[in-house]
Design a protein around this ligand. Structure first.
Ligand code: NAX
Length: 328
């Protein structure tokens, strides 16, 4: 019998949680041979709705789902966790300054980092989805000194997938023909989707598309502002696509990326590409042996350099702000 993997999901009663849990339980997160135990972590007001979701999970009779537990205490919720998906976060309220937002999230991700440190399994892998994702991941990491720093990551896979889809639309190619796009920097409006190393059907994407105006005026802003466009159209923020990206991120982290192609994830910088060491920034990454590696040796042109630097500068400002607030 294969041992089940404990997967803790915070914000389990929210809309991303609702789109995520069924896919985890069906085997899409870890693969068709890995049984899972779900640990749903909510705030007390969210517990009842989480119980409803748990009832529906039971009613799916998933063969791989070996248990569901619901918690409103992070220490209990993360005990024994092998994978933690930190989805629940404090959204920006009306009139909230950036400092207030960072502080409110520090009040969530600091204690969650401590709880992970106290009781998660030795192989714990953490993906932060809740915004501001990169800096929330940094706060959790700083509060978990006994967990290797590289186990804390933040999600830019949704941005990556959005960029793939936009490029496929422009070029008329299938998504499956596109390789090696990169999202650099912060999961925010400053993120930089880079097509200069991408290929479409084996040809350089920048040659296939060859339209600088589209790149600057359409592609980059469309990818960066897609979240707002979804809210405008749907009346609610991205949920199923965000859950899908979280599945992709953890699946590739655990099972590896396909030979010859990379993806994007926000991981702690080792100083590569001039990104200050320790910032949790999005890079071109591959995964082998259950660990992310930053793709090395890419030429970064002037156009890309300026945009990467701007997004990384924003990350450094966020880090300095949370340091100033005593959160890291
Ligand atoms: P919802 O408001 O639907 O759900 C959030 C849930 O989190 C609620 O049920 C709430 O009770 C719970 N929660 C709040 N604080 C908690 C805590 N301390 N412990 C446990 N649970 C807690 O939001 P949803 O649409 O699911 O979005 C969740 C987060 O994902 C937001 O921060 C959102 O900004 C972020 N997103 C991140 C994306 C990314 O690409 N990184 C894209 C999608 C999404 O916008």
């Amino acid at each position: 019998m294969t041992q089940p993997v404990n997967v803790t999901v915070t914000g389990a009663a929210g809309q991303i949680g609702y789109a995520l849990l069924f896919r985890i339980a069906s085997g899409q997160l870890l693969g068709p041979d890995t049984p899972v135990k779900l640990r749903l972590l909510e705030i007390p007001q969210g517990v009842k709705a989480a119980e409803g979701t748990a009832m529906e999970l039971e009613d799916c009779a998933f063969g791989l789902l070996e248990g569901i537990d619901i918690f409103d205490d992070p220490t209990a919720g993360f005990a024994g966790a092998n994978v933690a998906l930190l989805v629940g976060a404090r959204p920006r309220g009306a009139g909230m300054e950036r400092g207030d937002l960072l502080e409110a999230n520090g009040g969530i991700f600091g204690p969650q980092g401590k709880a992970l440190n106290a009781g998660a399994a030795d192989d714990i892998r953490v993906l932060v989805v809740g915004n501001p994702a990169n800096t929330n991941a940094l706060i959790a990491q700083a509060n978990a000194p006994d967990i290797p720093a590289e186990r804390f990551t933040a999600m830019t896979r949704l941005d990556h997938n959005r960029a793939l889809s936009q490029l496929a639309g422009k070029s008329g190619a299938a998504v499956s023909e596109i390789r090696n796009l990169t999202i650099w920097g912060n999961h925010s409006a400053t993120q930089y989707p880079d097509i200069f190393h991408a290929t479409i059907g084996g040809r350089p994407a920048a040659e296939v598309v060859d339209d600088q105006a589209w790149l600057v005026d359409t592609f980059i802003p469309t990818v960066a502002k897609r979240g707002a466009a979804i809210i405008e159209a749907r009346g609610a923020s991205s949920a199923a696509s965000a859950a899908n990206a979280a599945i992709d991120h953890v699946h590739d982290w655990v099972n590896g990326t396909p030979e010859g192609s990379w993806t994007s994830a926000a991981i702690p910088s080792d100083g590569s590409y001039g990104v200050p060491e320790g910032l949790i920034s999005s890079f071109p990454v591959t995964s082998t042996g259950g660990a992310w590696q930053i793709v090395q040796g890419l030429d970064v042109n002037e156009f890309s350099r300026a945009r990467i630097d701007a997004s990384v500068a924003e990350l450094a400002e966020e880090r300095d702000a949370v340091k100033g607030l005593g959160l890291i």
